[in-house]
Design a binder for this molecule. Structure first.
Ligand code: ARG
Length: 470
């Protein structure tokens, strides 16, 4: 019986080829070719195990492995370019193997299905990416830490509600993002544990009568364990959702930092200047220098959040076990990983060489506001005045300063004494911005000594992770 090429991908049950538009619609080869290395790794482990278990002879296993390595070599030379008719990377590799080895190639798929195969490939791929993302996160942390160490004595206004609240040590502000990135690292390490379980051997959905050794393939591929239930093995995409949720949080952190940089770079704030390395110009307005890098990071975060929703929605109505809907997980993961890694790299470069803090502007900003008002209240509290009473007194004082157009530090001692007899000449020093910051010695606070301790901890952590100062 004559069958055309796409019909022959499947069994002799098919007589006619796919409609060309449906062939295109169905195919994932256009993107899942990204899984080629993992597909070869998985197939090699499977072939070796079949040989060890006597399902095929050891010699056949050796030949299959050599054939698979041949495909790898062809791909490295750009000579492996399967078309749409291959449907997906799994079929593409198997077809080439059969071209190379003849009927022996047809033995590779014994005791295996594309359903457990694709799950294996995807987990191997994601595991590698998570390891690479950890390095990206470390570089980002190092870029922040290098800046933070340079600015261990620099002040910056601290805000709540984007209203001046209390002055901060700039390093303290940057360390907050280092902490977020550290949680991101730990979250991804946790996700990795569940990515690192092997579904191979679940076959289509029910296991296989072939005497396979799932633990041998899992061990060869570096998995920590195997899925206990074959149905769960081929239909679990929790790991993809968990990854995307973690990636979304990384992007949320990057986007918040990006927003701050955009504000800081504005004329109104003037806290940083952008270097030419990371800023762009306007096609019309010659004076402009635009913060495109943080803006793109802020904008791209939405893509990753979208992938998270996409994955959850894709999964939620699926009966057990494999459904073709799962093919949609790949572009989400590929784009999510690419976007995350691009954004981490861009933000690292931004802090490495794309911006410079302006200490004088920062200092001037901190000196010209009422962000030391809490410290006036704290001064009274230290001299026995109940906090709420002190708070009310200082509120009234700020109100009259505002109408008179003077700052707290400009008030003469008589004026303080009128307010409360507990004030002494040392009030001026107590509310100077640098003293206000230094005084916040509570653990985790912005006091300079505390911040230096935190800088040390962060530097040691990077060192332990193998990252030395840039
Ligand atoms: N390309 C498919 C995917 O990405 C591979 C698995 C296909 N399995 C199947 N039974 N059609 O999910």
């Amino acid at each position: 019986m004559a069958v055309d090429s796409s019909a022959s991908t499947w069994s002799q049950r098919f007589e006619q080829g796919l409609h060309p538009a449906i062939e295109r619609f169905n195919a994932s080869i256009g993107f899942d070719i990204a899984l080629l290395q993992e597909d070869l790794d998985g197939s090699i482990a499977h072939a070796r195990m079949l040989g060890q278990r006597g399902v095929i002879s050891e010699a056949e296993a050796t030949e299959l492995i050599a054939g698979l390595e041949q495909v790898r070599a062809e791909a490295a030379e750009g000579r492996f370019n399967p078309g749409l008719e291959a449907e997906d990377v799994h079929f593409a590799v198997e077809r080439r193997l059969i071209e190379l080895l003849g009927s022996l190639g047809k033995k590779l798929h014994t005791g295996r299905s594309r359903n457990d195969q694709v799950g294996t490939d995807l987990r191997l791929w994601l595991r590698r990416q998570i390891d690479a993302i950890d390095v990206d996160l470390l570089r980002f942390q190092r870029a922040l830490l290098d800046q933070a160490e340079r600015h261990a004595d620099t002040l910056i206004p601290g805000y709540t509600h984007l209203q001046r609240a209390q002055p901060l040590c700039l390093a303290h502000h940057l360390l907050a993002y280092i902490e977020m990135a550290e949680r991101d690292r730990s979250r991804l390490a946790d996700v990795r544990r569940r990515v690192n379980l092997c579904p191979l051997g679940a076959a289509a959905l029910a296991g296989t009568p072939v005497p396979i050794d799932r633990r041998a393939t899992a061990a060869e591929l570096g998995f920590e364990g195997i899925y206990a239930n074959s149905l769960d093995a081929v239909s679990d995409r929790d790991f993809a959702v968990e990854f995307m949720a973690s990636a979304s949080l990384v992007l949320a952190h990057l986007s918040r930092l990006a927003e701050e940089v955009i504000l800081w770079a504005s004329e109104e704030f003037g806290f940083v200047s952008l270097t030419d390395r990371c800023a762009t110009g306007s096609s019309l307005m010659p004076q402009k220098k635009n913060p495109d890098v943080p803006e793109l990071v802020r904008g791209k975060s939405g893509r990753v959040f979208g992938h998270l929703m996409g994955l959850l929605t894709m999964i939620k109505g699926l009966p057990l076990a494999y459904n073709k809907d799962f093919q949609e997980d790949k572009e989400a993961l590929f784009d999510g990983v690419r976007t995350l890694r691009d954004c981490l790299e861009a933000m690292a470069i931004l802090f490495e060489e794309g911006l410079e803090f302006r200490p004088q502007r920062l200092e001037a900003a901190v000196a010209a506001d009422f962000s030391n008002a809490t410290d006036v209240a704290d001064y009274l509290v230290a001299r026995g005045v109940p906090f709420r009473e002190a708070y009310q007194l200082v509120g009234a004082l700020v109100k009259s300063c505002l109408t008179e157009g003077v700052l707290l530090r400009e008030l003469p001692l008589e004026r303080w004494r009128q307010l409360h007899p507990a004030f002494e000449a040392d009030i001026a020093a107590a509310i100077a911005p640098r003293q206000v910051v230094a005084a916040r010695r509570s653990e985790g606070g912005t006091g300079f000594e505390r911040v230096r301790e935190q800088l040390l901890v962060a530097r040691q952590r990077l060192g332990a992770a193998g990252l030395t100062p840039a």
